[in-house]
Design a protein around this ligand. Structure first.
Ligand code: SAM
Length: 230
């Protein structure tokens, strides 16, 4: 398993843990061991950026250009599935969204609570594949940042896509942020298993439609925006 170009460095521990879990048919079974190893200084969490994802900041800038002011989250709810270190959820909460973030890794959730002790975000341990019923169709904004691409295609890709989509409320917005699949990358190579254009567009189903896809200037990253009908 090789590191994909254009994505943060992934150390040996990450690649080994991911490879073992995927081979054992447990494609999301490597996250808790990774966060646990990182908590002991024995691994690096590759997506610990220390700040919000640049494409989420870009979304906020576009909001300002197009509508004026910061994103207006007052009276609205937001969800960040696979919340990890929490910088994206913290950003959305700073705009006034009543924000929830969840992660399958208890160690990650413990760490994010400790890292943001005064946070307004409701951080939860939960599994994307066993979502609480009250979260279905409940969020005005869902920000999916590199979580689906962290799961191998073939095993859980379609289920993960549908589960993320299911969180969006009527009239709500879904942001899907990730790394473009580098040209020539074998589809079974990962992590990350970057989404193909067709896999990005697959978030549009039921009454959820693609609004636009915005790329970073260097074309390495993208933000796809979807809306659910009222
Ligand atoms: C590539 S990381 C991205 C983290 C975060 N969104 C970010 O950009 O910093 C993927 C995250 O999804 C979480 N995750 C993986 N499988 C999950 C599942 N089935 N349910 C909930 N979270 C999951 C992992 O623990 C990890 O924190």
């Amino acid at each position: 398993m090789a590191t994909n170009p254009g994505v943060p460095d992934q150390d040996e521990a990450t690649l080994r843990l991911a490879r073992e879990a995927v081979a054992a048919g447990d494609p999301t079974g490597w996250f808790e061991p990774l966060y646990d190893a990182a908590s002991r200084g024995e691994a690096v969490v590759p997506w610990a950026r220390g700040g919000p994802h640049p494409m989420l900041l870009d979304w906020a800038e576009d909001w300002e250009l197009e509508r004026g002011g910061s994103p207006d989250g007052a009276g609205r709810s937001a969800m960040v599935p696979g919340v990890g270190p929490g910088w994206d959820s913290e950003l959305l909460a700073s705009y006034g969204y009543a924000t929830t973030g969840f992660d399958v890794s208890p160690t990650a959730v413990r760490a994010v609570r400790e890292a943001h002790p005064k946070s307004a975000v409701d951080y939860r341990v939960a599994d994307l594949f066993e979502l609480p019923a009250e979260w279905i169709g409940a969020f005005d904004l869902v920000a999916e940042v590199m979580t689906v691409q962290s799961m191998p295609r073939g095993q859980v890709r379609a289920r993960a896509t549908a589960a993320v989509r299911s969180l969006v409320a009527p009239g709500g917005t879904l942001l899907v942020i990730g790394v473009n699949l580098p040209t020539g990358t074998p589809l079974d190579q990962g992590p990350p298993w970057c989404l193909t254009p067709a896999e990005i567009e697959a978030f549009a189903a039921d009454d959820v439609a693609l609004r636009r896809i915005v790329e970073s200037e260097d074309h390495v990253r993208y933000r796809a925006e979807f809306v659910r009908a009222e």
